[in-house]
Design a protein around this ligand. Structure first.
Ligand SMILES: CC(C)(COP(=O)(O)OP(=O)(O)OC[C@H]1O[C@@H](n2cnc3c(N)ncnc32)[C@H](O)[C@@H]1OP(=O)(O)O)[C@@H](O)C(=O)NCCC(=O)NCCS
Length: 203
């Protein structure tokens, strides 16, 4: 079963326990968590969240079935290599987490490490999730959300075609202020007819 996909500069691999230290280090950073509804997390909290998802993917892989949820570790392609290895620089993680009560609906998530911001990686990761969800995972709907102040995330989701679906006012009380939560959705029928968007970017 294929467990890694690549673009011209990144490799998206099914996350394994070996990837967790890098992800935990990223999610322990105040800067990375500024607009997340969780964190900064001590490493054990990150491990406790991701381990069941990772184990679920490994079990599905062993049984030759599709995982319920998908977590990808994102690294640069090794220079001069085929892109199949794991030795590229850590960029971040992105995920499609299955909705509990509606098969084929997934919550999207993506984080890039702070040293990597502003290089277009977040945009590419969201494009990857859209492509993967509708071509590989059989999604009919993607759910997205973010704090209203998370301008890069707003730009990313809207740039990827997500449709604004609502605003929960003062959803988040933190750091002495109140922040609205923006809700987004992307349905299979929102996509243009023909090949899934960004198909040409990933293989
Ligand atoms: C949000 C996040 C994924 C963006 O990643 P990134 O790799 O910097 O994203 P990109 O380089 O693709 O930039 C996306 C857009 O935001 C813009 N942008 C990036 N940083 C910005 C900033 N600090 N202020 C304003 N705009 C910014 C970019 O110019 C780009 O805009 P464009 O589409 O008009 O060109 C990254 O900042 C991150 O992981 N943050 C912490 C976790 C998080 O918030 N995740 C999303 C949860 S909803």
């Amino acid at each position: 079963m294929k467990t890694a996909w690549r673009s011209d500069r990144l490799v998206y691999s099914f996350c394994t326990r070996a990837d967790l230290p890098a992800i935990a280090a990223m999610l322990a950073k105040t800067a990375v968590c500024e607009w997340l509804f969780f964190g900064p997390n001590p490493p054990e909290v990150t491990h406790a969240y991701f381990e069941p998802l990772i184990d679920g993917m490994a079990e599905a892989q062993a049984g030759g079935t599709a995982p319920e949820s998908y977590v990808f570790t994102v690294r640069t392609r090794p220079s001069g290599g085929t892109g199949k290895g794991r030795e590229g620089a850590f960029i971040g993680q992105c995920a499609l987490v299955a909705d509990d009560f509606s098969e084929g609906a997934y919550l999207i998530g993506y984080q890039t490490d702070d040293a990597q911001w502003g290089k277009g990686y977040g945009t590419e990761m969201c494009r990857f999730l859209v492509w993967f969800a509708f071509t590989m995972a059989g999604a009919y709907r993607l759910n997205g959300d973010c704090a209203a102040g998370n301008i890069p995330s707003v730009k990313i989701m809207e740039g990827c075609g997500f449709v604004p679906e609502g605003r929960q006012r003062k959803y988040w009380h933190v750091r002495g202020g109140y922040h609205d939560r923006l809700l987004y959705g992307l349905l299979a029928e929102d996509l243009p007819a023909g090949p899934a968007p960004w198909q040409e970017l990933f293989s």
